[in-house]
Ligand binder design. Structure first.
Ligand code: NAG
Ligand code: NAG
Ligand code: NAG
Ligand code: NAG
Ligand code: NAG
Length: 498
């Protein structure tokens, strides 16, 4: 799924409300430091570039014969690969910053292209869309070529780059059009023997790092801390099919030097989709508001249509405070997300840095945990057993210790199940009784001195040093990434894509 917060830069009516005072310890982060080194044995390398506000993780792929290079967004929230056609009007603009700067695909100049049908049509949560044909084509990631890969050809689209959806086949766009399923990327990789099972691990690394990686068919035990704990993926409540990476968020706590707060919501346990294609995270209104109160974020109207976002002082990126997201009930995985990962530089306004807060509100299903959450977690997606393994990421990891899934259907290596998730999943009545054990303390109002809403330079190492508030999908900010393509097979079967 793509970003929901999509507002025009030109229509800002920003009134940066003075943020409340927040009493979290301040610690300045160092500048961006890529913490990922090339694997010593030279295994693999594909760059997924982290573009802070605009969001998204991209990888370079090749399509067709001879190969045409395109940089595509990796998306766990959808299940089709699609590429923009060079003839799509969105690609034809020659205005600076417009056009398909990440590459577009010329069907006619490929000798391996074949149209399957005209039924490709996909739309994303933010209202953007792509439609055209389903084609069969050669698809290359690094030195692996998959022939006859089914993918969408975006003849008519308002998105200037393509996507690689790696979700469940049942979530393919074709299902709603023709009710037909096809083997999508991870299934083809498995069926062609490149990996043993349909599973992959995602390590996004932190906000200041430019690279993360996705490892198909294995886990990297050097990229997380503690143990991987497995939780069940939830079925679609209507069809009882597995269609998205939805898990149960069962607790959320705020921690700072001034104390700890267990936050409450009438919605616990909250079904949340772990979605790498979404930049921010979206929680129910009551919970989002509590979170904003904790940190002093102010919901602020930023566009003429009345839509807004929570803004926060950029200085708070230096706070040592953090939130703990708990899944699968007692004993389940707990992921700490620091303020440094949640204060997102979004450009400047009147010379002042402006930051959005990484947890936003949304009116209903699906609630989403996007990149502002995912960077803090090492996430293993096991589509065969319908489980997700979670552990706190190791932001500073520079080494690798890769363990492949040994066989199709094997469980996530080195993982244990969340012990009480069945109880936690059975309904709201079994949600933890927060008010019993912990008092509420509104951190943002217990402080004294204020930094106002004019975060001066906390996020100054962001990419948006000029211009007004950068929207989440600001195509003018697109940077063509010098993604060094090169993916290698490792051992008997997995891929590491950085
Ligand atoms: C791809 O499709 C063509 C035509 O249907 C077929 O001849 C070829 O064997 C297929 N290749 C693979 C790898 O399946
Ligand atoms: C999805 O769910 C529907 C309704 O329960 C069912 O009829 C259908 O067979 C399921 N689809 C698959 C591919 O299992
Ligand atoms: C988010 O919260 C604000 C402030 O309460 C509200 O005005 C807005 O409608 C909410 N947005 C959504 C999508 O629910
Ligand atoms: C990671 O590196 C940063 C910067 O060098 C350091 O401040 C931090 O303590 C390290 N974190 C861990 C968990 O080692
Ligand atoms: C939660 O704890 C409070 C205080 O002990 C108690 O009064 C209340 O009944 C409990 N609620 C539930 C749902 O157990």
């Amino acid at each position: 799924m793509k970003n929901i917060a999509n507002f025009a830069t030109s229509s800002l009516l920003v009134s940066v409300a003075s943020a409340q005072v927040v009493q979290w310890d301040i610690q300045r982060r160092g500048g961006p430091a890529p913490r990922l080194s090339r694997r010593a044995d030279g295994s693999v390398e594909e760059v997924i570039t982290n573009e802070k506000t605009r969001g998204g993780y991209f990888a370079t792929c090749s399509v067709g014969t001879p190969a045409q290079d395109l940089t595509l967004q990796l998306d766990t929230g959808s299940s089709d690969i699609w590429v923009p056609a060079n003839s799509a009007s969105v690609c034809e603009s020659s205005l600076e910053g417009e056009g398909c700067t990440l590459g577009s695909y010329d069907y006619a100049s490929s000798s391996t292209s074949e149209v399957i049908n005209q039924e490709f049509k996909i739309s994303y949560v933010d209202g953007s869309y792509s439609q055209g044909d389903y084609i069969s084509e050669t698809f290359g990631i690094g030195n692996v070529k998959l022939e006859n890969m089914t993918m969408g050809l975006g003849l008519d689209t308002d998105i200037a780059y393509g996507l690689v959806g790696v979700g469940y086949a049942l979530n393919e766009a074709s299902v709603s059009q023709t009710r037909e399923l096809y083997n999508n990327l991870p299934i083809v990789m498995r069926d062609e023997g490149h990996i043993a099972t349909n599973a992959y691990s995602l390590w996004l690394n932190d906000l200041d790092a430019s690279k993360g990686n996705i490892l198909f068919g294995g886990i990297d035990t050097d990229k997380y801390m503690g143990d991987l704990i497995r939780v069940s993926i939830q079925q679609d409540s209507q069809t009882e099919n597995f269609t998205s990476f939805q898990v149960q968020l069962t607790s959320l706590e705020a921690h700072s030097s001034s104390g700890d707060d267990a936050l409450s919501s009438s919605s616990f346990p909250i079904p949340v989709v772990l979605d790498s294609g979404t930049t921010f995270s979206y929680l129910p209104q009551d919970l989002a508001e509590e979170v904003w109160r904790e940190v002093g974020a102010e919901y602020t109207i930023v566009a003429n249509d009345g839509s807004g976002v929570p803004l926060i002082s950029c200085d708070l990126a230096d706070s040592k405070g953090y939130f703990s997201f708990g899944f699968g009930g007692d004993g389940g995985p707990v992921i700490k997300v620091g303020m440094d990962e949640l204060v997102i530089p979004s450009g400047t306004l009147n010379g002042q840095a402006v930051c959005q807060f990484g947890i936003q509100n949304f009116s209903g299903d699906p609630f989403l945990l996007g990149d502002t959450f995912l960077r803090s977690a090492y996430v293993v997606y096991d589509l065969e057993n319908n489980e997700i393994g979670l552990a706190p990421t190791d932001f500073n990891a520079t080494t690798s210790k890769i363990v492949a899934f040994p066989s199709q259907g094997a469980q996530i290596p080195s993982s244990t199940p969340a012990p009480s998730q069945d109880a936690a999943n059975s309904g709201p009545s079994s949600a933890p009784n927060y008010s019993a054990s912990k008092g509420f303390k509104d951190l943002s109002s217990s402080g004294s001195s204020g930094s106002g809403g004019s975060g001066s330079s906390g996020g100054s190492d962001g990419p948006d040093s000029a211009g007004s508030l950068a929207p989440a999908l600001d195509f003018t900010q697109l940077i063509v990434m010098g993604a060094s393509l090169g993916l290698m097979m490792f051992g008997s079967g997995m891929f590491l894509l950085f």
